[in-house]
Design a protein around this ligand. Structure first.
Ligand SMILES: [Zn+2]
Length: 257
């Protein structure tokens, strides 16, 4: 009996764990793209704080600590819920914090000369992850369906939900490692890169929210999805991963140089 309970508990954890983050690969891609766009000074500062580890290597830290109760105050930082017809600024902020306030806090701590080294390391790792989450459109979805988590679907005959399709089903099915994927993107010129990197956190939230609204319209509850859905929407996944990486680099360059 006890064995069964433990098994049930473990499988529930796996399902929950799967359901609320850009797949590990997605976060690593964003870290890898950012790494290639850091200026020298930032590269040195970041590498020192991470003891030589790459941004890709630390990009899933914020998800890894989720199950530790000591970090439960940070769990609301992974997403922001905005009604489809409202902007972030038009809604009362969540008392538990959200993706926007989380990112702002990380930037504030990293810019503050009086922050301890331990804090800098912690909030840098959080920031790398959160800029990633910001670019998964369903992390800026509606509250009533938990960013698509309550919209049940089928993915190649297996139960899933809209949030998970965009977090992990499409990326994992694509079947490339993070380093392969991060070399897949179209090469951009200086101007194009600059264009993507400009704007504020709130601009990028609005962009994700707009995509989320399109994604809500892309499925019917209970729909069976497979190749054609991936084929039709993969360009959004790819674009968001590339944008996430370039913008993470900009945010870090702003902080450290
Ligand atoms: Zn997350």
């Amino acid at each position: 009996m006890r064995g069964i309970i433990i098994l049930l508990f473990l499988s529930a954890q796996m399902v929950m764990g799967n359901s609320d983050f850009w797949s590990k690969t997605g976060h690593r891609v964003i870290g890898e793209v950012a790494q290639g766009h850091l200026n020298r000074k930032t590269q040195r500062a970041v590498s020192k704080l991470l003891y030589g580890k790459s941004l890709a290597a630390v990009s899933n830290y914020a998800d890894a600590i989720k199950s530790d109760r000591a970090f439960k105050n940070f769990s609301a930082w992974h997403y922001v819920n905005i009604p489809s017809d409202k902007k972030y600024n038009e809604v009362k902020p969540s008392p538990n914090g959200d993706l926007v306030t989380g990112i702002e806090k990380c930037i504030e701590i990293l810019k503050d000369k009086n922050s301890t080294e331990a804090d800098r390391v912690f909030y840098l790792k959080m920031l790398v992850h959160l800029i990633g989450d910001l670019h998964q459109p369903m992390h800026a979805g509606r509250k009533e369906d938990k960013g698509g988590n309550d919209i049940q679907l089928q993915w190649f005959g297996k139960g899933t939900n809209l949030h998970r399709v965009w977090d992990s089903n499409m990326i994992n099915d694509y079947g490339m490692s993070y380093s392969e994927l991060s070399r897949e993107f179209p090469l951009l010129g200086k101007e194009q890169t600059k264009e993507i990197q400009k704007g504020t956190i709130l601009d990028w939230v609005a962009e994700s929210q707009e995509l989320a609204n399109e994604i809500y319209d892309s499925v019917e509850k209970g729909q069976k999805l497979g190749y054609s859905y991936s084929y039709k929407h993969w360009n959004i996944v790819e674009e968001q991963l590339q944008k996430g990486g370039l913008r993470l680099a900009r945010v870090l360059n702003d902080i450290f140089s």
